[in-house]
Design a protein around this ligand. Structure first.
Ligand code: SF4
Length: 478
C-alpha cells in the first residue's frame, strides 16, 4: 500500500478513486477531450446524453439527472447565479429537436463506482453482445423500426443498469385500500386540507404538541419539513413520530439533499414502523441558501424522482435498490413537490409527469400567489394526461409582513409574489400587515377552490400555526 499519494489531494472529485488499467485510462482521456468540448461532459461515467438532448446535465450543481429543480428559471441557476440553469437549456433544445418525450425516462442515480471513468467501453461491450455486424448493418438500413431497435438494444443497457430499469411509463400503485387518512380523504373526493407545522429549533416539544393538537382535527394530515431552507432543526422523522402518537396523520418530508440512497431506504422502513405512511419526496433547497458555513453544495446522491422510484419499488415489489427482497414491505402514500411557476409550464409538466410515473400519488405545490397564473401549468398537466393520476394540493401561505413578501419574492426559488400584492403591503400600515396577509390568503383560496384539477390546499403558515384555524374557518374549508 502506498504511504503517500501526493496527487490524490488535488484530484477533482469526479476522478476515479482507484487506479485503472492503462487502456481504460487512455480511453478516458480521449472521451474527456472529445465529449467535454462537444457536450460539456463532466465524466460522470454514467452517460445519458442521448436522453438529455446532447447536453451534459452534470453541470447542474445539484446533479439533477431527471429534469430541473423547482427553482429553475430561464435566466440563471439559483445555486450559482453566474451560469444558466442547464436543465432549462436541455428542455429548450429537446423541444426544438422534437426529443422531449425522451426526457420522460426515469434515469438512475450515479453508480459511483463508475464516476470519472470512461463509458465507451460499456457501449462497445453492448454492441458486441447485440452483434457487431448486425449493429453496423442496422445503421445503413432504411427500416426506421429496425434502426431504432438496434440503437435501443445497444444503448438502453448502458444507461439503464439491471438494478434500476427505469422507463417512461406510468406505474399505478399496486394496492387497493388507502394506507393513510390523507389518502382516504383524497379518494373520497372532498376538498382536502393539509397544514405544515414547523419543527422546533430545540428539543422542547411543548409548542410542537400544542400546534399538532390545535390543527389535527381540522386537517387531513400534517407536514413536517426536513431542514427547510437547508437550516437544521428538529427532524421531520421525530416530529412525524410525535404526531402519529398524538393521533394525527403525519406527512414525513424527506429532502434528498441530506440523504444517501442507503439512508433513505433504512429511514423509510423505520418510519413505517413508527406509523408514518405519507412521505413527501423533495430534492430540497440547496445548501447555498442555508446558513453559513455552507455545507456540501455539490452533486447529490439522488434526486426526488429517483427517491420516488426507489420507494415505489420498495412498496410495490418489496425490493431494496440492491435487489434484496423484504417479506413485509412498507405501506406508503407517496407525494412530491410541484412548482407551477418555475421555468416554463411545459418544461415543468414533463418533470411532474416523470414524478407521477415514478410513483408520486399526490403533489403539494410551491406557494401560489397568482391563482390565475396557475392555469397555464394546469393546462400543461392536462396535455400530458396526468391530471387524473395525481391529487394536487395547492400551497398557500399567509404573508405576515412587508419584509416577508419581499423575501419570498426575491429569495425563495420558484416563488413569485405579484407586483399587486407587494404594492398592497407597501401601502399598508405596519400594524395591519397580518390582517392584510390573511385577507390576501383568503382571496387566493377562494379562487383556487374553483379550479378543476385541484383537490385541496396545503397551508404553509411558516411558524404562524395559530392562524391556521381562522383561515380554515373563514375560508369555508371545514
Ligand atoms: S436551477 Fe436547479 S436544475 Fe437548474 S442548474 Fe440550478 S440547481 Fe440545477
Amino acid at each position: 500500500m502506498a504511504l503517500f499519494t501526493p496527487g490524490r489531494r488535488w484530484q477533482p472529485p469526479f476522478f476515479p478513486f482507484k487506479k485503472e488499467p492503462f487502456g481504460k485510462r487512455v480511453l478516458r482521456k480521449i472521451e474527456r477531450w472529445t465529449k467535454g468540448p462537444m457536450f460539456g461532459c463532466r465524466m460522470c461515467g454514467n452517460c445519458l446524453l442521448q436522453e438529455t438532448a446532447f447536453i451534459c446535465p452534470m453541470e447542474c450543481p445539484k446533479g439533477m439527472r431527471n429534469g430541473p429543480c423547482g427553482g429553475s428559471t430561464p435566466e440563471k441557476c439559483y445555486v450559482d447565479e453566474t451560469r444558466p440553469c442547464i436543465w432549462y437549456k436541455i428542455n429548450e433544445r429537446a423541444f426544438k429537436m422534437g426529443r422531449e418525450e425522451l426526457l420522460l425516462e426515469v434515469l438512475p442515480p450515479l453508480d459511483w463506482d463508475k464516476v470519472g471513468t470512461e463509458t465507451w467501453g460499456d457501449v462497445v461491450r453492448s454492441i458486441r453482445k447485440f452483434g457487431t455486424a448486425s449493429f453496423l448493418k442496422s445503421r445503413f438500413t432504411r427500416d426506421k423500426e429496425k434502426k431504432s431497435h438496434a440503437w435501443e438494444s445497444v444503448f438502453k443497457p448502458v444507461r439503464q443498469p439491471e438494478w434500476w430499469q427505469g422507463d417512461s411509463l406510468y406505474h399505478p400503485p399496486a394496492y387497493e385500500e388507502p394506507v393513510s387518512n390523507l389518502e382516504r380523504q383524497l379518494r373520497s373526493g372532498g376538498f382536502v386540507v393539509t397544514a405544515e407545522v414547523s419543527p422546533p429549533l430545540g428539543t422542547a416539544t411543548g409548542k410542537l404538541k400544542r400546534d399538532i393538537d390545535m390543527v389535527k382535527e381540522l386537517v387531513a394530515a400534517i407536514n413536517f419539513t426536513d431542514s427547510a431552507s437547508a437550516s437544521p432543526r428538529m427532524s421531520s422523522m421525530a416530529c412525524s413520530k410525535i404526531a402519529a402518537e398524538l393521533g394525527a396523520d403525519p406527512v414525513l418530508q424527506i429532502a434528498a439533499r441530506d440523504k444517501t440512497r442507503s439512508g433513505l431506504q433504512s429511514d423509510i422502513v423505520g418510519a413505517n414502523v413508527m406509523g408514518v405512511r405519507n412521505v413527501l419526496c423533495i430534492t430540497g433547497d440547496n445548501a447555498r441558501i442555508g446558513p453559513s458555513p455552507t455545507s456540501n453544495t455539490n452533486i447529490l446522491d439522488m434526486d426526488a424522482i429517483q427517491m420516488l422510484w426507489i420507494l415505489r419499488r420498495m412498496r410495490d415489489e418489496g425490493i431494496y435498490l440492491d435487489g434484496r427482497k423484504m417479506k413485509s414491505p412498507p405501506q406508503l402514500f407517496l407525494g412530491a413537490a410541484a412548482s407551477p411557476f418555475a421555468s416554463e409550464p411545459k418544461f415543468q409538466a414533463i418533470r411532474e409527469q416523470k414524478k407521477v410515473n415514478a410513483g408520486a400519488q399526490f403533489f403539494q405545490t410551491n406557494l401560489i400567489f397568482d391563482p390565475d397564473g396557475m392555469d397555464r401549468w394546469l393546462e400543461a398537466l392536462y396535455k400530458r394526461d396526468i391530471i387524473d393520476k395525481v391529487y394536487i394540493l395547492a400551497g398557500v401561505t399567509p404573508i405576515r409582513s412587508k419584509r416577508m413578501a419581499q423575501y419570498l419574492h426575491h429569495n425563495i426559488p420558484g416563488v413569485t409574489v405579484p407586483e399587486e400584492i407587494l404594492n398592497r403591503f407597501e401601502k399598508s400600515r405596519e400594524d395591519d400587515y397580518e390582517e392584510l396577509g390573511v385577507e390576501i390568503a383568503l382571496e387566493i383560496i377562494e379562487k383556487i377552490k374553483d379550479k378543476q384539477g385541484i383537490h385541496g390546499l396545503h397551508l404553509m403558515s411558516v411558524g404562524w400555526e395559530a392562524i391556521v384555524p381562522r383561515i380554515i374557518a373563514d375560508g369555508g374549508l371545514n
